[in-house]
Design a protein around this ligand. Sequence first.
Ligand SMILES: C[S@@+](CC[C@H](N)C(=O)[O-])C[C@H]1O[C@@H](n2cnc3c(N)ncnc32)[C@H](O)[C@@H]1O
Length: 284
Amino acid sequence: MKYPKNWTDYELIDFGNGRKLERFGELIADRPEPSALSSPSLSKEQWRKADIFFEEQKNQTGNWDKQIGDFTIEYTFGENSIRFKLSQGTFKHLGVFPEQAANWDFIADRCASLTESGIKPKVLNLFAYTGGASLAANLSGAEVTHVDSVKSAVTWARENAELNSIDSIRWIVEDARKFVEKSVRRGDIYHGIIMDPPIFGLGPKGKNWKLNRDLPELVENAMKVLHSEDRFFILNTYSPQLSLQDLKKVLSKSPGFPKHFESTTLGLRSSAGKELELGNLLRC
Ligand SMILES: C[S@@+](CC[C@H](N)C(=O)[O-])C[C@H]1O[C@@H](n2cnc3c(N)ncnc32)[C@H](O)[C@@H]1O
């Protein structure tokens, strides 16, 4: 399992019984986590110290017991750091997937190697949400294209960019498949492609995104716009219906997909050293 090691503003304090107890900066949150199947390590009293608690109702929406207002946290990697605006809404998410920091380190590393070889990396971030990977790539010297089909997610990512005094990212509100199809037609080439597709998502009218159905074609097209040598690729999925084995099969069948890649899980390690797996990860 890959997990981030450089967080100071985030900590997975404990998990279990379908929930996570986490610290974001000074704030402690208790929220649902379907992967947290084991029993918690800490007592109920310790869990009750959470400042905010999310109660899920239906379709993953629900309510926070308290509204504490927007706040920021920071992630430092190498000489760079990224500030994120966190905010409570009708979902359990606060605006950052902390496990993704393991990928931000990888992105920084890959962009640095490309830069050392005299290349100005061009990076495409698909399903990009609030932009953690886009900001990590930009701060590591890349020219970044950020794509998400939800306008409010792109607005949030732009706010994060402003917080970090970044004004050189290309922002696109579009279905990832459609954007990549257009890139193929234009003959675009990227040195890095990052994708973290959801199980279900939005898409053009009448054609919503479905991971199992749509991933093979998206990866196949992505390979057409990925540089044949100077490149990196990251794919994350968080779906119980798509095992790591199945994911490897999808990618191995995709023409042009690199023969050697790392296949593992992505997750978090709790303060007590327990591992929480939060999806599959393929990268190279
Ligand atoms: C799991 S989140 C990605 C999280 C991201 N890796 C991060 O760490 O910030 C999935 C994102 O995909 C977006 N999305 C859903 N369907 C999409 C589609 N068809 N095309 C592009 N983006 C889509 C959602 O708006 C959401 O922001």
